[in-house]
Write a protein that binds this ligand. Structure first.
Ligand code: GTP
Ligand code: MG
Length: 208
């Protein structure tokens, strides 16, 4: 069939900001492929067949299998690779761990990245400066600095009572200083899945 354009997206941001929750909402795998979920033997066989056909179709790694079994979202160790499709694109997302000790991994994937999703916990006022530092380091990295790659910001956890608005977050991160890249910020609630589609639509428009 028609092959959709493949785009590598880096999903970055501090730990606990909601990156994995966002990616989980976007990927179509809330289906459980684990045989544990299919008690009957036919179900067992079919779930396996379906899984391998699915893997082949989407060129997924075995990595995915282990991720698919984990229903609860836990802090990401290192990174994980996920795929999801939009109407015209096939996104491969590098969901990086935001924990301090893994942040030095990010830069190894900058060259591959064709778009960036940067997630901020809008309720975490104390660490907004840390988020800004990481963003500035990212934007000044030689593999990113002179490239016109789109950056989508999610001001996530907007459901929290004391969450900062997207406008406030963009002021604190000085986003208006980003002149050489298209960027966009969306308020989101990744648990309910609100605000995510708007962001992905914007990203898709930037790449086409
Ligand atoms: P690392 O993998 O450690 O870098 O974290 P992460 O950015 O992937 O965060 P993760 O998706 O694991 O979410 C961290 C916690 O925040 C989880 O308990 C989520 O349920 C919660 N969370 C994520 N998004 C939202 C949101 O929009 N609102 C609220 N209230 N909680 C959220
Ligand atoms: Mg994560």
């Amino acid at each position: 069939g028609l092959k959709k354009k493949e785009v590598n997206v880096l999903c970055l941001g501090l730990d606990n900001s909601g990156k994995t929750t966002i990616i989980n909402q976007l990927k179509p795998s809330n289906v459980c492929y684990s045989p544990v979920c299919t008690p009957k033997i036919y179900g067992f066989v079919f779930s396996f067949l379906f899984f391998f056909v699915f893997c082949f179709e989407c060129e997924l790694t075995v990595f995915f299998f282990f991720q698919a079994q984990a229903q609860d979202i836990v802090p990401t160790i290192g990174f994980s690779i996920e795929k999801f499709r939009t109407s015209s694109l096939c996104f491969t997302v590098f969901d990086m761990s935001g924990q301090g000790r893994y942040r030095n991994l990010w830069e190894h994937y900058y060259k591959e990245g064709q778009a960036i999703i940067f997630v901020i916990d809008s309720g975490d006022k104390l660490r907004m400066v840390v988020a800004k530092e990481e963003l500035d380091t990212l934007l000044n990295h030689p593999d990113i600095k002179h490239r016109r790659i789109p950056v989508l910001f999610f001001a996530n956890k907007m459901d929290l009572r004391d969450a900062l608005s997207a406008v406030k977050v963009s002021q604190l991160l000085c986003l208006e200083n980003i002149k050489d890249k298209p960027w966009h910020i969306c308020a989101s609630d990744a648990v309910k899945g609100e605000g995510l589609q708007e962001g992905v639509d914007w990203l898709q428009d930037q790449i086409r």
